[in-house]
Design a protein around this ligand. Structure first.
Ligand SMILES: NC(=O)C1=CN([C@@H]2O[C@H](COP(=O)(O)OP(=O)(O)OC[C@H]3O[C@@H](n4cnc5c(N)ncnc54)[C@H](OP(=O)(O)O)[C@@H]3O)[C@@H](O)[C@H]2O)C=CC1
Ligand SMILES: CC(C)CCC[C@@H](C)[C@H]1CC=C2C3=C(CC[C@@]21C)[C@@]1(C)CC[C@H](O)C(C)(C)[C@@H]1CC3
Length: 418
């Protein structure tokens, strides 16, 4: 049985108190956004238009729908994969294996949906159920995290995450004790990170677009852009699914409430905020402005994809001709750090690209409201915090070589600014 008191790594997110506050604050924020998006004034910083009673939140149908959705995605995850990838080496020197069939799951979901819609499935009606669906997803995330916590109490110590094993049950419940909870080969964290929430996000976007078409005759240009940009982002994540195996969420963070709620509830219901806003607050958008916004998204995507692919190619095979000419610094671990190309511009060029895309997702909503810019604000805070966490880990891993990298590439995310 794993000890309750673990490695005593320094706590993050403000320790147990911060974790407890976040567990209340994050769901509260999500419901606030859902309520405000459909209110006339759509004021991000004002009070919610009303406080929903339990009858507006709880619906057994919504719970059934959420469970069916997760079940469908789990079934697609279990289908034969075109490739099985190995994860990073674990404490016991073993490597886990992961199916690479996320894009296949997206395509099959789209086919099933197409079939359903041609048989009369009223997808637009989903937009009327967002509140009970979000409540059901939160409930599922909470119960799921509790089961994950209980499971973590009976696994050997080497299976625990370095950070979520402080001995404080609230903190560990939030951050996640077990690093890679699995039943047989089914990896819960990997599954949740990319499937039900991410594909659910584009499904909700599509439902909002269908509803707009029903209300106004056809979807607006702004709605097309938001749907297109975010579908590109999700499709890209699933196409490059293997890259998620080197993110800190998979390598370092345990699977607890933060990721379970983040993946299953936060992503689908808050990342679709721009489309929610547009359904209730139609915005005029001319073709020239739409083209400028497409250009901004393309620039963001170019940087995001270029930086992520450059690092992934380099980590897989430093002598690959696409990266072999780049300048590097050697580290005591034997690994090298790129100091030219994208990674010589700033220390997190992928975050910069992601943030530029976030701006492009909000601009179609106009500038009359702050609400559609919530994602950009939240995401800036998330990435600044994430960058600091990653910096700390790289400093620990690479020591002097990391100092040298910081000297050569002084800016973190935004050249000459941050
Ligand atoms: N939409 C969303 O909600 C979110 C999106 N993201 C996106 O996910 C993607 C992945 O982000 P994330 O996992 O945070 O981190 P990164 O992909 O930026 O990976 C950081 C790691 O890269 C390696 N690295 C850092 N500098 C260099 C260098 N100069 N040369 C070679 N390797 C280097 C280090 O690991 P090592 O040396 O061990 O390889 C470091 O720990 C990003 O594009 C981010 O924008 C992230 C969070 C949320
Ligand atoms: C609820 C809290 C505020 C914190 C939750 C954070 C999570 C929502 C994010 C943590 C890392 C994520 C990643 C993606 C989605 C959001 C979460 C889960 C990602 C799958 C999005 C698509 C990208 O292409 C990616 C690189 C695959 C992302 C990986 C990290």
């Amino acid at each position: 049985m794993a000890p309750l008191q673990g490695s005593r790594a320094p706590t993050e997110f403000g320790g147990p108190l911060g974790a407890a506050a976040l567990m209340l604050l994050l769901p509260a924020t999500m419901f606030h956004l859902l309520l405000v998006a459909r209110s006339g004034s759509a004021r991000l910083l004002g009070p919610p238009p009303y406080l929903p009673g339990l009858e507006a939140l709880w619906s057994p149908w919504a719970l059934l729908l959420c469970l069916t959705w997760i079940g469908l995605q789990a079934a697609l995850y279990l289908l034969p994969a075109r490739k099985v990838a190995e994860g990073q080496e674990l404490k016991d020197k073993s490597r886990l294996r992961y199916p690479i069939n996320g894009f296949q799951a997206l395509v099959l979901t789209a086919l099933l949906l197409g079939l359903g819609m041609s048989a009369g499935l009223p997808l637009g009606a989903l937009s009327e159920m967002l509140l009970p669906l979000a409540f059901a997803a939160t409930l599922i995330a909470f119960i799921f995290s509790l089961l994950l916590y209980l499971k973590s109490l009976v696994v050997p110590a080497f299976a625990l995450a370095p950070g979520g094993n402080s001995g404080n049950p609230i903190y560990d419940f939030f951050l996640g004790r077990e690093l890679n909870p699995r039943i047989c080969s089914f990896d819960f964290k990997y599954f949740c990170e990319l499937r039900p929430g991410l594909i659910g996000w584009v499904l909700i976007n599509l439902a909002l677009m269908m509803q707009e078409a029903e209300l106004r005759g056809s979807p607006s240009l702004a709605m097309w852009l938001v749907n297109g940009f975010q579908l590109l982002y999700v499709g890209d994540a699933l196409w490059h699914e293997e890259a998620v195996l080197t993110t800190m969420d998979i390598i370092r963070d345990g699977f607890g409430f933060m990721l379970a709620f983040g993946d299953l509830a936060w992503v689908p219901f808050t990342y679709s905020l721009q489309a929610q806003f547009l359904l209730y607050h139609p915005q005029p958008l001319g073709l020239p402005m739409a083209l400028v916004i497409c250009l901004i998204n393309a620039v963001g995507y170019y940087i995001f994809r270029g930086a992520n692919s450059q690092k992934n190619t380099f980590r897989k095979n430093p002598s690959d001709p696409r990266v072999a000419d780049l300048e590097t610094i050697s580290t005591a671990t034997g690994r090298q750090l790129l100091v030219s190309g994208w990674w010589g511009m700033v220390r997190h060029p992928n975050y910069l690209g992601d943030l530029i895309m976030a701006l492009a997702w909000s601009l179609p909503c106009g500038v009359s409201h702050l609400l559609p810019y919530f994602y950009l604000l939240y995401f800036t805070a998330l990435l600044v915090h994430r960058e600091a966490r990653d910096e700390q880990q790289c400093l620990q891993k690479y020591g002097l070589a990391w100092h040298e990298y910081c000297r050569r590439v002084p800016y973190r995310i935004m050249p000459y600014i941050y």
